[in-house]
Design a protein around this ligand. Structure first.
Ligand code: ADP
Ligand code: ADP
Length: 227
C-alpha cells in the first residue's frame, strides 16, 4: 500500500504537485489521468525517490520512503517509462537482469528469471541473444521494459505512459495482456496516462489530476469525464 500525505513539489517558484494526498491499495490498478503538465510524472518520481519533495510524507507498506535505501527501494518498486526506458548500450538480457544483478542474485537464477520474464510478456527467449534495444520494435521494447521492471518481483509498479509509443493495434494487445498479468500476480500499479480510453480500460480507480492537484478519484463507472 502506498500512502501519500499532503505532498508538495516545487520546481523553483512553480508548484508542480500541491498538497496532494492519495492512498493506493495493495493489488490495485490505479490510473492517474490528466492533461500534459498537470504533475503526473512528478508524482511518480516522488514515490520512486527520483526527486525530493518539498513537503509531506510518503509511506510504502507503512514505511517512510525516506528510510528506504536505494536497493531496497528498487526491490519494492519497479518503474516503466515510455521509449527511453532501456539502457541502449546493454543487450536485452542485461537490461532485464539489471536489478537482479544489483541484488546479487546468482547468474543461474537470473538467467532463469530473464527467460521467465520474457515468456511472461510474450517474447521468444532468443530475443535477448540477438538484439540490442535499437533493433527492437516499439512493442518489443515496451514488453522488455515491463519485463525488466518485474524482474526482481517488485510489489509495486509505477508506469509512466508505458504504451504511448506503441502502434494502436499492439497497444490494445499489450494493455489487455498487461492487465491480465497484473491481476494474476496481484501487483500494485500506479499508471500514468493522458489517454481517457486507456484509463477507462485499465483502471480499478481513476485519479484525475489538474494543475498539481487531484480533482476526482473514483471507479471508471462512476468517474465524471468532461469532453
Ligand atoms: P505531466 O507528467 O502531467 O505531463 P510533469 O509532472 O512532467 O507533468 O510536469 C508538471 C509541471 O512541472 C510541468 O509544467 C513541467 O513543465 C514542470 N516540470 C517538470 N519537471 C521539471 C523540472 N525538472 N524543472 C522545472 N519544471 C519542471
Ligand atoms: P509456473 O512457471 O510455475 O507455471 P506461474 O504460472 O505462477 O508459474 O507464473 C508464470 C510466469 O510468471 C512465470 O514466468 C513466472 O516466473 C512468473 N511469476 C510467477 N510468480 C511471479 C511473481 N510473483 N512476480 C513476477 N513474476 C512471477
Amino acid at each position: 500500500m502506498i500512502n501519500i500525505e499532503h505532498v508538495t513539489k516545487k520546481y523553483g517558484d512553480f508548484t508542480a504537485v500541491n498538497d496532494l494526498s492519495l492512498t493506493v491499495e495493495s493489488s490495485e490498478f490505479l490510473v492517474i489521468l490528466g492533461p500534459s503538465g498537470c504533475g503526473k510524472s512528478t508524482l511518480l518520481r516522488l514515490i520512486n525517490k527520483m526527486i525530493e519533495r518539498n513537503d509531506g510524507v510518503i509511506t510504502v507498506n507503512g514505511e517512510n520512503i525516506d528510510d528506504l535505501k536505494g536497493v531496497q527501494l528498487r526491490k519494492t518498486i519497479g518503474y516503466v517509462i515510455q521509449n527511453i526506458g532501456l539502457f541502449p548500450h546493454m543487450n536485452v538480457y542485461k537490461n532485464i537482469a539489471t536489478v537482479p544483478r544489483l541484488l546479487k542474485w546468482n547468474e543461474d537464477t537470473i538467467a532463469k528469471r530473464v527467460s521467465d520474464m520474457l515468456a511472461l510478456v510474450g517474447l521468444e527467449p532468443t530475443i535477448y541473444q540477438v538484439k540490442t534495444p535499437a533493433q527492437l520494435s516499439g512493442g518489443e521494447a515496451q514488453r522488455i521494459g515491463v519485463a525488466r521492471a518485474m524482474a526482481s518481483d517488485p510489489e509495486i509498479l509505477l508506469m509512466d505512459e508505458p504504451f504511448g509509443a506503441v502502434d494502436p493495434i499492439n497497444r490494445l494487445r499489450l494493455q489487455k495482456e498487461f492487465r491480465k498479468i497484473q491481476r494474476k500476480l496481484k501487483k500494485t500499479v500506479v499508471f500514468v496516462t493522458h489517454d481517457t480510453d486507456e484509463a477507462l480500460l485499465l483502471a480499478d480507480r481513476i485519479c484525475i489530476m489538474n494543475k498539481g492537484e487531484i480533482v476526482q478519484v473514483d471507479t471508471p463507472e462512476n468517474i465524471v469525464l468532461h469532453p
